[in-house]
Design a protein around this ligand. Structure first.
Ligand SMILES: [Ca+2]
Length: 559
């Protein structure tokens, strides 16, 4: 018997040692999809106060008898409390850190667990409703949901503490996941049958990182507008502010970067992109459904009228065109080395969300992240220097040649670089592929902070590795005109998450999913029917008009 066991162990080890796409594929193709089985609590919710797990303190349990959401219990607590380095005078020199969380556990449970990855730089326990990009809520659908602050309070000041950086990057997920599953087992008498991980923006980044690091813990990953090279993107934003400053009007002795392009200027560019690219997909409908073909055809110098005077209307100056071309070509060093990828020319440039990322976030959000969280060593002047740091005023602030390499640097205190702790260690997702997990990624073409081009480049690399088998486990959906996570002149409502669950549990491949405009989005053009529908196509397919009602998705085919 002992001999048989060791032979089995041997076979097992050999099977995992073989790094061969074919062998792994044969392994997971034989896995039959199974559906989650619903459950109900087997203990009183108050007994969760006694939940015992290493490093974990439960502070509160509350029964929500239902209203907007189905009846559920809320469990609040924290893990791994410790003292770390703060950022005086804003936070104490010795700051208390812990991974705060809340879980919401429905009384009528669908047997599934949902990790809600939050946006921004985390730092708050957002209610665990499991809000899903495109519409809907996981809690409402009967999932148990966890949400966390990933180990720190608000603001970028936690970046002074190395462990807090690591917890934010990936380690909070590693700590919370087995705890959450154990609590679920405690409450319902069984572990979740299926586990899902989802988020947009930084939450999309968390999802890509988790799909790379913790593929064995989850069956399906749903990544929206993923900033999986977030430190690079944040640097690109600060660098962008410096570009806009070169053509801005001055207020109180400093450039006001929002003056570089008026809303009319960006609408002019949007209209010019539409004039060149709208018809490529077979119908002039205010949507550029084939954005990559558009990039080869659009030329800002040729397609937008030029004028000498910035106050003249319906035109841009050469200087404005030059800045916008630099922004779209991607941030680079003085010697022309790329710092982040390029951006697509897109009609969504007219959205307020585009302006927010370019002119507001670039001087209010990104500096703290770049200087305190992502740089080694951290640069406190990113906070204390304010706008002067962003503009590198008199050489006292961010210098791309000197400071961009700090996202790859380490020292004795900060032993892991931000481009390591913030990014997926394996972009080819070999562990996910080997176990037959599923990953759906979506990204809007007019996202101004995380470029859809970065996500397309990633998917192309994945396709070069796995070829036709790529679509067995990873799908990319490009959302025409959509800004960062939602908004813009776009059909940004869709049920890609449901498609992921059906893919994981029923084996239904998500080739085409229907999208429609959000009735509350003021940026949807007034000449679109409120009942417009469009197919979202699994990349590289794009929707092509076949004739018929141009407001209806049945008039399009993914080709
Ligand atoms: Ca079109």
């Amino acid at each position: 018997m002992k001999k048989i066991t060791s032979i089995i162990v041997c076979i097992f080890l050999v099977a995992f040692a073989v790094d061969d796409v074919g062998a792994k594929n044969r392994h997971h193709r034989h896995k039959h999809p199974t559906e989650a089985v619903p459950g109900v609590p087997v203990i009183d919710y108050m007994d969760l106060l006694d939940f015992d797990y290493p490093g974990t303190v439960i502070t509160e349990v509350i029964l929500d008898e239902g209203g907007d959401m189905p009846a559920h219990c809320i469990v609040k607590g924290f893990m791994n409390e410790r003292t770390g380095i703060g950022f005086p005078p804003i936070t104490p020199a010795a700051t208390t850190y812990a991974i705060g969380f809340e879980m919401r556990l429905p009384t009528a449970w669908n047997g599934r667990y949902f990790y809600q990855a939050n946006g921004g730089i985390d730092g708050a326990v957002v209610p665990a409703y499991g809000n899903i990009s495109g519409g809907g809520s996981a809690l409402e659908m009967g999932f148990t949901v966890i949400s966390s602050d990933t180990g720190h309070g608000g603001g970028p000041f936690f970046g002074m503490d190395h462990q807090a950086r690591i917890d934010y990057g990936y380690n909070a997920v590693a700590e919370l996941t087995p705890m959450a599953k154990s609590l679920i087992k405690n409450y319902y008498g069984k572990f979740p049958d299926k586990s899902y991980f989802a988020g947009c923006s930084n939450g999309g980044r968390h999802t890509m990182v988790a799909a790379s690091r913790y593929a064995d813990e989850y069956d399906g990953f749903f990544a929206g507008s993923p900033g999986f090279n977030l430190p690079q993107a944040a640097i690109a934003q600060v660098w962008g502010a410096q570009q806009y400053a070169t053509i801005s009007e001055y207020v109180d002795g400093r450039p006001d970067i929002s003056s570089s392009f008026s809303p009319e200027d960006t609408a002019l560019v949007s209209d010019a992109v539409l004039a060149v690219c709208d018809g490529i997909d077979g119908v002039v409908d205010g949507m550029v459904s084939d954005p990559l073909t558009c990039q080869a055809l659009f030329n800002i110098n040729r397609d937008v009228p030029t004028c000498e005077d910035p106050d003249e209307e319906e035109c841009l100056t050469y200087a404005q065109k030059s800045v916008l071309a630099r922004i779209h070509a991607g941030a680079m060093t003085g010697s022309g080395d790329p710092v982040y990828t390029h951006f697509l020319w897109d009609p969504g440039i007219r959205s307020n969300n585009w302006r927010f990322w370019e002119f507001t976030a670039s001087r209010s959000l990104d500096p703290g992240a770049v200087g305190l969280i992502f740089s080694v060593p951290p640069d406190p002047n990113c906070i204390f220097g304010g706008l002067d740091w962003v503009l590198n005023w008199n050489g006292t602030g961010f210098d791309v040649d000197r400071d961009a390499p700090k996202i790859y640097a380490t020292d004795d205190t900060y032993t892991e670089a931000s481009m390591s702790f913030m990014t997926p260690p394996d972009l080819l997702m070999k562990q996910l592929y080997a176990r037959g997990g599923k990953l759906i990624v979506f990204h809007g073409t007019s996202d101004a902070v995380f470029s859809v081009a970065d996500t397309i480049n990633w998917y192309e690399a994945l396709s070069a590795r796995y070829r036709r088998r790529t679509k067995d486990f990873a799908r990319l959906f490009i959302i025409p005109g959509m800004a960062h996570c939602s908004g813009g002149p776009a059909c940004d409502r869709f049920d890609l998450f449901h498609a992921l669950v059906d893919w994981v549990e029923k084996g239904i491949e998500p080739d085409t999913v229907t999208a429609w405009p959000n009735p509350d989005n003021p940026e949807v053009p007034s000449d679109w029917s409120p009942s417009r529908t469009r197919p979202l196509c699994s990349y590289p397919a794009v929707p092509v008009y076949q004739g018929g009602d141009l407001e209806d998705d049945s008039s399009f085919r993914c080709e």
